[in-house]
Ligand binder design. Structure first.
Ligand code: ATP
Length: 320
């Protein structure tokens, strides 16, 4: 049997998407293209417009401009648009007084009964909730609720999964589990679009990313290309860090100079080398005990693109 026409289209095509709240333009001309098999990371600081974009993708709020196509269909068309698409925003909607299993059975029944008992068991197994499936959802931890939320998406066997901050409130073990699950779903052919603040996690699971800031996409592309174009990060241990910072700050290639514990960390563009750096330090009378080169991370790129403040405690601004 021939696949339906929309199935041949791209999972997500967004062009010039706009959403206004009064005078605030929350989403300001966003373009996104997600190809089949992508695990696509949608990144941005608080208030950047990620959730608002995902709400429009799921047809939960109306857009003020632009177009959205999910497998070639407009999510504003309530009848067919979300065929093959599942996801949740912020927190999954679940019945707290029912068990995890009952929640899934209810959803399966609503979904024209296509999912049977075996499939409920299968998704419970997949999200590792089988042992607790009989407990009321009100007794679940936040991480367990997130996993049941995922199960409630997976029971519909979607081709496209849209997730808003799926690792919110999940502990490190849960994040590792989520990472493995997303990889497995992707290996099985599912396309995934997820928003996240957890840059290291995104770097682990996503093949493409879009970085959004103030409602606009400021960077989009294959993760490997973006990270490679980000140049290198350097860690410097030296005799006098304040003097070293003063010597490095005026150098053109040096970016994102900051202090982390007893080191200075900075990035150098791919065309720049360290000769200028060591000369400047020597001229300032700074003794170098170590200068180590690392590939710049997605986090480095994120802070550069969004100008977002680094998390307190994690990074200290270099004193002026
Ligand atoms: P976070 O990471 O904090 O969830 P986000 O990138 O998901 O942020 P959005 O929730 O999409 O950001 O918000 C984008 C902007 O739109 C913010 O300035 C927010 O205050 C505003 N906004 C979102 N929803 C509404 C609403 N219902 N009414 C008015 N303003 C809103």
């Amino acid at each position: 049997m021939a696949a339906p026409a929309f199935d041949e289209a791209k999972p997500v095509e967004v062009r010039g998407l706009v959403k206004r709240y009064g005078r605030l333009i929350a989403v300001d001309g966003v373009d996104l293209t997600v190809e089949r098999g992508d695990v696509y990371g949608f990144l941005g600081p608080n208030g950047a417009g990620k959730t608002t974009t995902l709400r429009m993708l799921l047809g939960l709020i109306r857009r003020d401009g632009g177009s959205i196509r999910l497998f070639g269909r407009d999510p504003a068309d309530p009848l067919h648009a979300l065929a093959g698409v599942a996801g949740f925003i912020e927190e999954p909607r679940l019945y707290p007084y029912l068990s995890g299993r009952a929640n899934l059975q209810l959803l399966a029944a609503l979904d024209r009964g296509r999912a049977g008992r075996a499939q409920v068991d299968e998704v419970l197994e997949l999200v590792e909730l089988r042992e607790r499936a009989g407990d009321r959802v009100s007794q679940y931890s936040q991480g367990m609720r997130q996993r049941l939320g995922l199960a409630s998406c997976l029971i519909r066997r979607p081709s496209l999964l849209l997730l808003d901050e799926p690792a919110n409130g999940v502990d490190p073990g849960g994040i590792r589990f989520l990472r493995a699950l997303l990889r497995r779903l992707s290996d099985e052919g599912m396309t995934i679009l997820l928003s996240s603040h957890l840059l290291a996690e995104v770097q682990e699971v996503c093949n493409r990313v879009a970085v959004i800031n103030n409602g606009r996409v400021v960077k989009e592309g294959a993760l490997a290309d973006l990270v490679a174009a980000g140049g290198h990060a350097y860690r410097l241990q030296a005799t006098n860090l304040p003097s070293a910072a003063d010597a490095l700050r005026p150098l053109e290639g040096v970016q994102e100079l900051r202090r982390e514990d007893d080191e200075l960390v900075f990035t150098l563009g791919s065309g720049d080398d360290t000769v200028e750096v060591t000369r400047a330090l020597a001229a300032a009378g700074v003794g170098i005990s170590a200068l180590v080169r690392e590939q710049a991370t997605l986090e480095d790129l994120f802070f550069r693109l969004t100008g977002a403040a680094a998390p307190a405690g994690d990074r200290e601004a270099v004193a002026a």
